[in-house]
Design a protein around this ligand. Structure first.
Ligand SMILES: [Zn+2]
Length: 322
């Protein structure tokens, strides 16, 4: 896959486009937002140590999961998004959050590190979602839980449009459906096989945003529709009915988490995205082992990989691995 193209696509979020302002704020997506949040709450695992939000944007989903974990990492390609996530975290009084600007297909994290990963509204930016799924499989520990959302090309509306001759793409073909220049919808079989090939099993599927029609949204309101979604999400998930499918799966692998992972999070989490060398630090933890991760002064503001010289910098508490 051409990751440069994909990275450039994501970097557009830092130019004129503002994901929060131009997509979510006042754009009539309250229903989709609510539907996704209710479904994620239903899928979340129990409390754990380390969570990773891949393509976490401005932290829209943070309030749902951040308090269940000792430390959470939000990874996004856009600094603009991550700055908003930081402001949101501060306003919510969260301190267990590490913000990282990096490519989701080359994550700067150690193998077998996280207990939970979530990726929502990210895969449609990728030519092949397998690049995210295989990276997630690398950084998740054995038994780790993964919530992965994808845009579903064979949703009910697409099938009707195709039957009516108003859509060229065949919803039952496995190839991704390209929307505009760089948004892709995927066939559920494509996603299922990528999950299975990368060690994920026990896959549960819920269908979200099933009633994404302006007339319904106006007549019934986002709260009612989102609750109806939640009730029907399981049965509609089995039919791949909606435009957005949430999967929850668990990872089976033989490797073990790095030694000392649980004692010193910051000293073990990073790995050079270019050469794979571990980026070890010597952060001194206070006796209660709690560090305010939003305060970046525990790590140097710029550092280089000792092997390949890859440079990492820090701005406003956000670590930049791009
Ligand atoms: Zn390196």
């Amino acid at each position: 896959m051409d990751t440069k193209t994909q990275s450039e696509d994501m970097a557009n979020y830092d130019d004129d486009y503002d994901y929060y302002r131009d997509f979510w704020l006042g754009h009539g997506r309250e229903y989709e937002n609510l539907s996704e949040q209710l479904i994620i709450r239903k899928l979340l695992p129990g409390p754990g140590r380390y969570a990773l939000d891949i393509g976490g944007g401005f932290g829209r989903l943070l309030p749902l999961y951040a308090r269940k974990f000792e430390a959470c990492v939000v990874l996004d390609y856009s600094m603009k998004n991550l700055k908003r996530a930081r402001t949101l975290a501060i306003s919510e009084g969260m301190t267990n959050l590490l913000l990282v600007a990096a490519d989701a297909a080359h994550m700067p994290f150690s193998d077998n590190f996280f207990d939970f990963a979530i990726s929502v509204r990210l895969s449609h930016h990728f030519e092949d979602p397998e690049s995210i799924i295989s990276e997630t499989s690398r950084v998740l520990a054995n038994g780790g839980c993964f919530i992965f959302e994808f845009a579903n090309k064979r949703n009910f509306k697409s099938i009707l449009m195709w039957i009516a001759g108003r859509q060229k793409d065949v919803p039952f073909s496995i190839s991704p459906k390209l929307i505009g220049k760089n948004i892709r919808n995927f066939h559920p079989k494509h996603i299922n096989s990528a999950l299975h090939e990368n060690g994920f099993g026990h896959i549960k599927r819920l269908s979200a945003s099933n009633f994404r029609l302006g007339i319904l949204k106006r007549a019934l309101g986002p709260g009612f529709l989102a609750k109806a979604d939640l009730v029907l999400s399981g049965i509609l998930g089995l039919m791949y009915f909606g435009p957005s499918i949430f999967t929850r799966s668990s990872l089976r692998k033989n490797e073990r988490p790095p030694q000392n992972r649980d004692e010193c999070f910051l000293n073990n989490i990073f790995k050079c995205p270019a050469c794979g060398r571990s980026l070890a630090f010597d952060v001194e933890y206070p006796p209660d082992k709690k560090i305010n991760l939003l305060r970046a002064d525990v790590l140097p503001s710029s550092f280089k990989c000792g092997d390949c010289g890859f440079a990492i910098s820090e701005h406003d508490g956000i670590f930049d691995f791009r």
